[in-house]
Design a protein. Structure first.
Length: 553
């Protein structure tokens, strides 16, 4: 069922609806139908939400003439009304409904009625004045004199009154801060800083140099100059920029050619550099670069006011550059997380983020081993590409839609089989129940897959599953550069042996798994002891009668 806009006129009066995440930017409205409405992850539900804590068929809502009844469909994470877990409940207007961790509000009236009540509440607020943020914006050009020829100050301010100039400088710096606040590519940001600088101040040339984190040297990253100026590629004074970078202070020199501090600078003498200002880019304690401006023809042009303003502008620029770097770093980390999650289960990724590395620890797990029955024979009749496509589709359902939502950890794919564990790297009290219910869901999922494949004239499959619980060593296994999260121990080996004993369409569990299973209403039968490879004593196994357990999740 598609969600409806709050103001959609097609909403019918007196027909109830659910509001997803009400009063948030993600709010969505779902109008319910008369009769049965189902909620879950599967595409054939009335309300479909792809959420990990939602079962495939989580709950149903029946709209009758005189009442609305909510029923939980034996979901994994439960259904709650006003934070009370329910199996079945009659809904009332305004009830809060939670499916797993997904919140809805049940409402019997139209959204417009609720919206009206909010507006009526707003009418009771005593408002003295309302100001739009756009009204506070300053157009920098309106504060500047484009035709300024006064050589007493580099700032192109219209106003000459000292107090008004101070106000206008603050307005310009505030607007510069706004201009630079949006995340931008580093190269674009640096050029934007220089464009703003040349608009506001009378300088011949300007450059931004950044510290190379690898070499520790200053490198020119952006430059700009007046159109009438002829420049070389690196026009700045190396001695000046290094001096500012080293000392971390802004400098102003009236005539660099005569300054004793820089009288051995070849670039100053060669290019005839006169007035220079250079300020550090220092967002925190460390200097990350410098902003350099100069004048080639006029001495004594720069004032204390100019240096003070340039320093303030450089501070804004330094913060913007640092924010841009952090934003880019966050983007890179997000990409890396996405890549990691393609190779590691979410639980392993979370553990890596928390600890940086995964030490080998002893823990108790329930291991699930699943195989496709008669796969070798079946695959011999198919093209290799068809086999891969079939396995990808199968694993997508088994792992993405079952193992992960049941909070299991995929350990490895082994040809047509896979090993998943519950209890590592995180343990939960109901790990065994989750593992067994995941196995049942897998068998039901194979039935659904086969129905879909039959329509495409594709071969059906059957799987056999073995589960075992016990101690393992869990953690990183491999070399320092290439590792895999895994579990080592007899527990996982035995789960593989149990899987081999299971027939097509069967789920077998060990005595240890049976002993820890708290859901005693799961139908099963005790089998005669079975001898398996590698064990001197026969194993006591139990067959899960999953066909009698209509699991909906």
């Amino acid at each position: 069922m598609p969600s409806l806009d709050k103001n959609n006129p097609l909403l019918i009066a007196n027909v109830p609806y659910l509001i997803f995440n009400p009063n948030t930017p993600n709010e969505r409205i779902y109008q319910l139908n008369v009769g049965v409405n189902t909620i879950g992850r599967d595409e054939d539900n009335t309300i479909v939400l792809s959420h990990g804590y939602l079962s495939r068929y989580h709950s149903k809502i029946v709209i009758a003439e005189d009442r609305v009844v909510l029923t939980d469909l034996r979901s994994l994470n439960g259904t709650f009304v006003n934070e009370f877990k329910i199996d079945q409940c009659e809904l009332k207007d305004g009830d809060w409904v939670r499916f797993g961790s997904v919140f809805f509000k049940f409402v019997e009236t139209q959204p417009n009625d609720e919206q009206k009540s909010v507006e009526e509440q707003d009418a009771d607020i005593s408002i003295l004045k309302q100001v739009s943020p756009e009204e506070t914006r300053v157009i920098i050009q309106e504060l500047l004199d484009k035709n300024k020829t006064d050589e007493t100050s580099v700032l192109k301010l219209r106003q000459q009154d000292p107090q008004q100039r101070a106000v206008d400088k603050l307005k310009i710096l505030l607007e510069v801060s706004k201009e630079l606040s949006c995340p931008q590519e580093p190269g674009q940001l640096l050029q934007k800083i220089l464009n703003l600088l040349l608009d506001i101040m009378q300088v011949d040339r300007a450059a931004i140099l950044m510290v190379n984190e690898g070499t520790g040297e200053l490198e020119q990253k952006a430059a700009k100059w007046r159109s009438r100026i002829q420049v070389e590629e690196s026009f700045y004074s190396t001695k000046i920029v290094n001096f500012v970078r080293q000392h971390g202070n802004a400098i102003l020199t009236d005539d660099a050619c005569l300054d004793q501090l820089f009288n051995d600078s070849v670039s100053i003498l060669k290019q005839g550099i006169h007035a220079v200002m250079c300020v550090p880019l220092k967002p925190r304690e460390d200097v990350i670069g410098v902003l350099y401006v100069d004048n080639l023809s006029i001495t004594h042009i720069y004032s204390d006011e100019d240096l003070e303003f340039l320093t303030c502008l450089a501070n804004q620029a330094a913060i913007a550059i640092e924010n841009s770097r952090l934003y880019k770093q966050m983007q890179s980390e997000a990409v890396m997380r996405t890549k990691m999650e393609r190779f590691f289960p979410e639980a392993v990724c979370r553990k890596l983020r928390e600890e940086g590395r995964l030490e080998i620890v002893e823990t108790e797990v329930t291991a699930l081993f699943a195989d496709i029955s008669n796969f070798t024979t079946m695959s011999s009749e198919m093209e290799p590409r068809q086999v891969v496509e079939m396995l990808n589709e199968y694993f997508q359902v088994m792992v993405e839609e079952i193992v992960f939502p049941y909070e299991g950890t995929l350990e490895k794919y082994i040809g047509d089989g896979f090993l998943a564990v519950w209890g590592a790297p995180y343990q939960k009290p109901n790990d065994v129940d989750r593992a067994v219910k995941a196995a049942i869901e897998m068998q039901w999922a194979v039935r659904r897959l086969n129905r879909e494949w039959a329509k495409q004239q594709r071969q059906p499959i059957q799987i056999h599953i073995g589960l075992n619980s016990g101690k393992v060593a869990a953690g990183n296994i491999g070399s320092a550069k290439l590792f895999q999260y895994g579990t080592i121990g007899d527990t996982t080996n035995v789960s593989s042996r149990i899987c081999s004993v299971a027939k097509a369409g069967e789920i077998l569990i060990s005595q240890s798994t049976f002993d820890k299973l708290s859901s005693r209403n799961i139908p099963l039968e005790k089998l005669p002891p079975v001898q398996v490879k590698g064990k001197s004593q026969p194993l006591q196994l139990y067959r899960i009668l999953w066909q009698k357990w209509q699991l909906k999740g």
